[in-house]
Design a protein around this ligand. Structure first.
Ligand code: LLP
Length: 411
């Protein structure tokens, strides 16, 4: 999504310094071509007319990006009424949206069922509530595939076993009976084992497990394997998800299942990160360089309020210099400007010597970057810019202003 030329980095020929000048820093930058390429790869992963890809919008809900994703023919999931509103704004129809909330209250269910959006429920009490509100309808359920079946880059994002998600497998029949009592029918199963795996084995196991379960339930016409396909944030030590090999194995499993059972349900997947992570990068400005107790610090204006992943999950994001690339190398702890010692973007990073005013580029921030940003320390959230397929830099979200911080306060 960017090129290194001589002493600086540019995006489709636009120098990082020009983006910083025009839009300020910190700045979220996205590359349209990368998003399109990822959507196309996912869509062609399985060569079956009954295979659908839902973009998991929690990764990034910028409407300009949602429009690109829609134009590539992906459907979308929503986990809150807020996501739903943004998706409708981006042009998604009710029939293209899968609502997959957690701990829904009555008004959430009413809002969704009123629109005819497909709903996926994840507890027995939600099933009961849903059936009372929308009797004689169909819905899907999320199953918790049990201890030992999850996968993900951090325990906070592993979603199988002793976690709050899904209906325990032992309660599946009870859920179906509850539904029947209100004239409702469970017509879909969904499983999401966790987020960011680079090894396809646990995912393939979960797929086979769910398909095996679905064999005993002839009413099931929708089978959704969730999201979680990872990206290799550390290009030096990690191997990318084995996409081609997975796609071959996955297709064969689905085709064999169809010929064994004589059934052709809709098969679905809900990737979030894979669609947008690599399309994004954050431009940060070095605002202070110092050495404390022998540790060199490059202090930027990109704190954990704007990019939470490094601190919250100890997640790795590659950091490169976007200006002043040549010269003596120094090992830095790269930090933000939030008032906490844990405000780290990356530790022990070897970079060309930094000076105040230099720009740093934090890579792969398209997923769960802006989406998890906050106003902690009362800072205004960054702007977002799209590098379009024709190579222009287009502002897709304004930088917040102090007035935005005051907007909802009553005093
Ligand atoms: N479907 C369901 C039901 C999910 O809960 C999620 C993610 C996805 C799909 C999409 O997963 P993906 O393909 O993006 O891995 N903030 C964390 C990730 C949280 C994932 C939450 N659920 C991070 O920055 O790593």
């Amino acid at each position: 999504m960017f090129e290194v030329k001589g002493n600086s980095v540019s995006f489709s020929g636009i120098p990082a310094t020009k983006l910083a000048e025009d839009f300020g820093t910190p700045l979220y930058i996205y590359d349209e071509k990368t998003i399109r390429k990822n959507c196309q790869a996912l869509k062609s992963m399985v060569d079956l007319p009954n295979f659908e890809v839902f973009y998991s919008a929690k990764a990034n809900t910028n409407i300009a990006l949602l429009k690109i994703i829609k134009s590539e023919g992906l459907k979308i999931d929503a986990m809150s009424l807020g996501e739903l509103a943004l998706e409708k704004e981006a042009g998604f129809e009710a029939s293209e949206i899968l609502f997959l909330g957690n701990n829904l209250k009555e008004s959430d269910i009413k809002a969704v069922t009123g629109e005819g959006i497909k709903c996926c429920l994840d507890s027995l009490d939600q099933v009961e509530r849903f059936c009372k509100i929308a009797p004689n309808t169909n819905f899907y359920i999320r199953l918790n595939p049990g201890v030992g079946t999850g996968a993900g880059h951090h325990e906070k994002v592993v979603t199988a076993g002793k976690v709050k998600f899904g209906i325990d497998l032992s309660l599946l029949d009870e859920a179906i009976i509850l539904a029947k009592a209100q004239g409702c029918k469970v017509t879909g199963f969904m499983v999401h084992i966790g987020s960011l795996f680079l090894d396809s084995t646990p995912y393939l196991n979960a797929i086979e497990q769910l398909l095996e379960i679905a064999k005993s339930y002839p009413d099931i016409e929708y089978i959704d394997f969730g999201g979680g396909i990872g990206v290799a944030y550390d290009r030096e030590t990690e191997q990318p998800f084995p996409f081609a090999d997975f796609s071959e194995k996955f297709s064969k499993i689905l085709k064999d299942w169809m010929s064994d059972t004589g059934r052709a349900p809709t098969f679905a997947m809900e990737p979030g990160r894979f669609v947008v992570a690599e399309s994004g990068a954050c431009l940060a400005e070095v605002q202070s360089v110092k050495t404390n107790s022998g540790v060199h610090f490059a202090g930027t204006n990109l704190g954990f309020n704007f990019l939470l992943r490094p601190e919250f999950y100890q997640a790795y994001h590659e950091i490169i210099k976007a200006t002043g690339l040549q010269g003596e190398k120094v090992t830095y702890n790269v930090t933000g400007n939030v008032c906490e010692s844990g405000d780290n973007l990356g530790k022990d990073r070897e970079l060309a010597k930094c000076k105040v005013g230099d720009l740093l580029l934090v890579r792969d921030t398209g997923a769960y970057g802006y989406a998890m940003a906050s106003n902690y320390n009362s800072m205004c959230r960054p702007a977002e810019v799209l590098i379009t397929a024709t190579g222009e830099a287009k502002l897709i979200r304004k930088r917040e202003e102090t007035a935005d911080l005051l907007k909802n306060q009553i005093y």
